[in-house]
Each structure stands twice: as C-alpha cells, then as structure tokens.
Design a binder for this molecule. Structure first.
Ligand code: ADP
Ligand code: MG
Length: 698
C-alpha cells in the first residue's frame, strides 16, 4: 500500500491552483497521461533564461537577455495609413543611451498603463541591434521596481505543449512544488553528503527555482540526486524481479555430453572461442543449484543460435525439455527447420508450436510435450500464453528478447516454472542500457564473428539515383546474387507501408519478372512461408520486404541488401537489417538509399553506418548523436524510459545504483529494515509498485 505521505503527490493535477477544466486536458497532453501533482513536480526545466544581467544601456550586450532600468520617453503608435502590421514603438532611455521597445499586437491601452510617458520601469528581454539602433521586441517583462523584486532572476524553461504559456506552467509547477511533502531520507547519508546532494525536497526546489543556470544542468547536485533516486528505484525493481525469478527452486541440470558432442561434431564449422566460452558459462549455470538467469548478447551473425541449441541439448541430456521462444512466426519456422535438421542426426525431436496449428495438430503436440516425447519445442509467445504442460521443462531460451518487452519477461517469470532462463539479444545495446533493461542479469557476450566473414561494403545513395541502384541490381541478378530490398515504415499506418512495399514489388517485378517475391507482416502466414522458402532455396533472387526481416532471418547466400529511406530508420535497426547479409562466403554489400535533405545529424548517422560494422560502436554513436530519449526503437523495444534520469548524462550513476541495489537486496531482501521501509516510499514515488508486490509475494 502506498504510504499516506505520498497522497498529495498522487492527487490529480486539477487540484492545483489555477488548473480548471480548460487547462487540465492541456496538462494531460503535456505529461502524456492523466496528469497528477507528482508529474508536474517532476516536470523539470531543460534550461533557464538568465535575467541577472542589469547593465546600463551603453554597456548592454547585444543578442542577450538583459534587464534594464529605463525612463519612458515617448509613444510612437503605428501610423493610421499603414497596414495593421506596423508595430507600436515605445522609446525608452537611461543616462547612457536609448532603446526602442517594439510591440506588434499590444493595445495602446495596455502600453499606456504599463509604460506611461515619464515613468521609470524595468524591462527584461533580448536586446538586438537593428538598423544601427538598439531595440527590444516584445519585452518578456515590463515591471515596476516592486515587480522586479519578485521576478526570478534565473527563470526555468520548461518543455511546453500547444496552448500552454510558460508563465502559466511556471505558476502551476510552483504550486505543485508546495504540495511536495518533506519525506524521510531514503538515500544513504554518506553517499549523499559526500556528493553534496540535497535532500529530495530541496533538490526539487533548486531545480524549479534555480539561483544560477548551472543549477538545472544534468551535472548539478540537485539533478544528480533526483536521477539517482529514479535509477535506484528502477534497479531495486529489477533486483526484486530477479529475486523472484531466483526464488523458484533451482535445480541442477547436468548434461552428459552424449548428444552435444556428437552434434558439435556434426556441425559444418567449429565453435568460436567466444561461443565455446559462452556455452561453458551457461552449462556452469545449468549445473548449479540456483536458477539461471543469463543474457547472451552478440551482434547480428555472431552465432547465438548454435550456442542456444547446445545449451538446450544439455537440458535434454539431463532428461528434461527445452523451449525456444522467438518473436515472429517466420523466425520460429526458420529455427525449427534448422534445429530439426541438425537434431535429426542425433535423434533429437524438435517440434514447432504456433498459433497456426490446427486444433488436432495442436492437441497431438501438447500431448507429446506432456509425455516428454518432444525434446525441444520452438514457438512464438503463443508458447506461454496458453497453459502448456511439459513433462519436465528444464530450460527456456528467449530469442531477440527486446522485442518482447519487459512486462512479458515478468509474465514469464510469474508462470513460475523452475526452468532456467537464457535470454538472447542481438540488439547492440550500450552497456548503460543493458543494465536498465536486464538489471543484474549475468551476461555472456559473443564479441567476435565466426571466422571467414567478409566485410560488408556500405554505400549511401540519394533517392534521385534510384535508377542506378536498379541497374546495379540487374547485374547482381545476372551474377546469381540474392538480394533483400527493404521498404521502410512510411508512417504510423501499416496500410501505407504496405502500399509502398507493394508498389516497389510491382516495379521490380516489371523489371526482373519472376525472380522477385514480396513478404510483409499482413500477408497470410502460408504465403509468407512460401516467399521466404523460395528466397532461401534460390528459386527467387529478390525479396522485397517490410521490416519483418529485421530480426534473425538467416539466408547465408543473400549478399545484397537495399534499404529505402534509410534516413527514417534508427541506427540499431539499420544495423540489424544489414546483418541479414555478410553471413556466407560471398562478398556482401548494403545500399542505403536516402531522401535528402538530411540535416547534420542525419548525415552523421548514415556516415556512421558506412564507416563501421561494429554494432556496439554504432549503438554508442547513436546514443551520442541522438540522446538516449531519441534512440529509435527504444519505445518498440520495451526499454524503460525515465522521467528524470538521462542515460547519456547519468550513465555512471546507473552503474552505481545497480551496485547499490544489489547490496541492499543482499542485506535486506524484503526491504523491512528502517531504510528498507524508506526505500519502499521511493519505489512508490517512482511508481515501481509492482516490485513492492513482488516483495510481498517473495
Ligand atoms: P545470430 O547471432 O545473429 O542469431 P546466427 O546464430 O543466426 O547468428 O548465426 C549466423 C550464421 O553463422 C548462421 O548461418 C550460422 O550457421 C553461422 N555460424 C554460427 N557459428 C559459426 C561458427 N563458429 N563458424 C562459422 N559459422 C557459424
Ligand atoms: Mg539469431
């Protein structure tokens, strides 16, 4: 239960002063949900307007905000004959010079009242030099000496939304701040004092009422404090999930090597050192009595699948079953085909379970799973949405897990099987993000690619030269190449994406006839399979696709990928797509077709793609260029978003929070100590309540 002390913060925003039925929906739009007091208190400024400079006119800096003390000399209303666009001018002066104040829409009455001729006033705004004369267009503030005393010299700038004026929002936030209770300190005093971090309440006050611009910077003690609060809350939540996963009785799963050794020998290649090491780590986890929770991270094409297969075989050797869960049906089929072909050589029974099975079929498969006749099952999330009884499920492998989102992971955990869990991801998530998503999961990384891989040549081509791309395609087709042609997400609407892909398909079909196939998300599954199979077998040479091929599809013979509107993709996604080629012996290339103008960042991003194939470098650069909030695919991928912390700025704090959370859980797994109870307040404050429930269930 949420502590009562937090209730004022969880009250609706409309309880704030000045928030009526008109403003409430505007605030909801600003916050992106039904706004509460808390949301406004945590709506932090992104910068400030510094009004501290109070020069005399002669020494005032141009193109900067200044606050001037002036006398009103005269009014110059727009001439009657001129169009309504002419401004109202007010000449003001001090002993050193004159400035013209310019008003476009203000009524003469307002000006007469605020700036009477002969009066002394303070005006604050941006001073410009125009035609040799100093002017201030629409001063932000026109004040008497009395007003000046209440003007914030450093004014916070808040993210706004349409119909919301800065000063209105400023007042609302100020009222929200008043409602923030003084809460018991949940941070460790040593850490806090060492860093000079203010208490929670004081930190919010500093950010909303900065005394100097540096106060609102991400590096300021106040901002760091709040970021750390949020990061610690999320890390505690992850730790509790993990605690829950681990709480299920783990079991020792000891393989004999009887099947795995034969299987490894039957492979057409040798495991890389990285693969062998990852496998050894997994096997050690399986053999240990605790439940395994391990992340296998490896760039596209690094060969995760075979590691997973050998791990699953270990479970089978121990007399248990294994399940491989993948995000799409195309992938499920592909994995099933591969694994059953390999497995057949050593007597493994690998079965596919999808939402498409006919009831009879499904029944038979479920019976075989319950009896243990099936050793390994491959499927989509359908595997776990319906209750499936295994004879003895020992290992669950989740492939391309980022696609499933964090909540589904919880769901899996709550299914409560004692099975060990291996999660695989090809998303080259930067180190900092790994921790936000996976908390303190154990991690194995495949750093190198299998030997013999050829570098992929990447070229950037403007869309106006598309005909050259098509001409190049004709040559590649003559040489027997296999080519992906990717059409992007045109808009939010799946329908128009489809139209783009279908149009391209029609055009290429006209040029290259029967060599072209189309695959997209809305096709019937059977049709998808046929198109994929034709391409995999070489009956088709060009596969026009939407991003359905982004994840995991493995056709080693494919050596060219053309990506249209490359500028619309996130770098991580481009990298995934490019990873569809360069998997075989042939020299591969990737053609990024873009539509300009790109802008500086856009250009830099595509250059990164051209210059490196290293997924981790790409991810780091992406983070650098776009900032963490913008990392495309972040939302789809289920990565958590923070409201206060910024991973591009607070990455080091994340590592620290993770470590501290682990320590807290080791000492006080139920958060029952004095500090533990205060930390529960923190969890509620940042809405990690689910974690508190897990603790209770613990
Ligand atoms: P990903 O990590 O992207 O899932 P895959 O498991 O699909 O990569 O492997 C990519 C390709 O590399 C597959 O065709 C696979 O058979 C092959 N492969 C995997 N391991 C090796 C290896 N050690 N040597 C050579 N080829 C390998
Ligand atoms: Mg894969």
């Amino acid at each position: 239960m949420r502590p009562d002390s937090l209730n004022p913060l969880f009250a609706a925003a409309k309880t704030l002063k000045g928030v009526g039925p008109k403003l409430a929906p505007t605030l909801d739009r600003l916050i992106g949900r039904d706004a509460r007091v808390l949301d406004l208190a945590l709506h932090l400024p992104t910068g400030v307007i510094d009004r501290r400079a109070r020069p005399r006119v002669v020494e005032a800096a141009r193109d900067q905000v200044v606050t001037l003390e002036v006398r009103v000399v005269n009014h110059q209303p727009p001439a009657q004959s001129r169009s309504g666009k002419a401004p109202f001018r007010v000449l003001v002066e001090d002993d050193t010079g004159t400035v013209t104040l310019i008003f476009f829409h203000n009524s003469a009455a307002w000006i007469g009242k605020m700036l009477p001729v002969g009066a002394t006033r303070w005006v604050s705004g941006r001073l410009e030099l125009w035609d040799g004369h100093l002017q201030m267009v629409h001063p932000d503030r026109v004040m008497t000496a009395e007003d000046l005393a209440t003007m914030p010299a450093v004014e916070p700038i808040y993210p706004l939304t349409e119909g919301l004026f800065p000063r209105v929002l400023g007042r609302i936030v100020a009222d929200a701040l008043v409602r923030v209770p003084v809460l018991p300190e949940w941070q460790d005093d040593n850490r806090r004092i060492l860093r000079g971090w203010p208490e929670f309440h004081a930190a919010l006050a500093t950010l909303h009422r900065p005394a100097k611009p540096a106060d609102v910077e991400p590096t300021s003690p106040a901002h760091q404090r709040l970021a750390y609060d949020e990061l610690l809350a999320s890390q505690l939540a992850l730790a509790s999930v993990r605690g829950r996963l681990r709480a299920g009785d783990g079991r020792r799963t000891l393989g004999t090597g009887a099947i795995a050794d034969r299987l490894e020998a039957a492979l057409s290649f040798r495991l890389t050192d990285g693969q062998a090491q990852a496998l050894a780590e997994i096997r050690a986890d399986l053999a240990a009595p605790e439940r395994m929770l391990r992340l296998l991270q490896g760039d596209v094409g690094s060969g995760k699948t075979v590691v997973a297969l050998l791990a699953m075989v270990t479970a089978v050797e121990a007399g248990r079953q294994a399940a491989l869960m993948v995000p799409t049906e195309i992938l499920a089929r592909q994995h099933h085909e591969r694994l059953s072909a390999l497995g057949a050589t050593v007597g493994l029974v690998v079965e596919l379970v999808t939402g498409r099975d006919r009831p009879k079929e499904r029944e038979a498969k479920l019976a075989a799973l319950a009896s243990g006749a099936i050793h390994i099952v491959v499927g989509t999330h359908a595997l776990f949405t319906d209750p499936i009884a295994f004879r003895d499920l020992g290992l669950v492998v989740v492939d391309e897990q980022h696609r499933f989102g964090v909540n589904q992971r919880l769901l899996l955990a709550e299914k409560g099987t004692a099975a060990d869990m291996l999660v695989m991801t090809a998303t080259p998530i930067p180190r900092t993000l790994v921790m936000t998503v996976f908390g303190d999961m154990d991690v194995s990384i495949l750093r190198e690619k299998p030997a013999g891989r050829q570098p992929i040549t990447t070229v950037l081509i403007g869309a106006e030269r598309l005909d050259q791309v098509v001409a190049g395609l004709a040559r590649a087709i003559r040489d027997g190449a296999r080519i992906y042609w990717v059409c992007p997400l045109v808009s939010e609407s799946e329908h128009s994406d489809l139209v783009a892909a279908e149009d391209r398909y029609a055009a290429l079909r006209e040029a290259f006839g029967d060599a072209v196939r189309l695959v997209h998300g809305q096709m019937k599954a059977v049709e998808k399979d046929v198109a994929m199979a034709d391409f995999a077998a070489g009956r088709a040479q060009v596969l026009v696709a939407t991003t359905v091929i982004e994840v995991g599809v493995d056709v080693p013979e494919a050596s060219v990928i053309v990506i249209e509107h490359a500028e619309r993709f996130g770098l991580a996604q481009l990298h995934q797509l490019r990873g569809r080629v360069g998997r075989g012996a042939a020299k591969s290339s990737c053609v990024l077709v873009y539509r300009g103008p790109l802008g500086e960042t856009g250009e830099a991003r595509l250059r990164v793609m051209r210059d490196t194939e290293d997924g981790f470098v790409i991810a780091e650069k992406d983070l650098e260029l776009r900032g963490e909030g913008e990392l495309i695919g972040t939302r789809q991928s289920g990565l958590p978003t923070y409201r206060v912390a910024r991973l591009d700025q607070h990455g080091a704090l994340l590592a620290e929070a993770r470590e501290e959370a682990a320590g807290i859980f080791a000492d006080d797994p139920q958060l029952a100590s004095d500090r533990g109870v205060r930390l529960r307040t923190l969890l509620y404050l940042f809405e990690r309540d689910a974690a508190v429930r897990l603790l209770a269930a613990g």
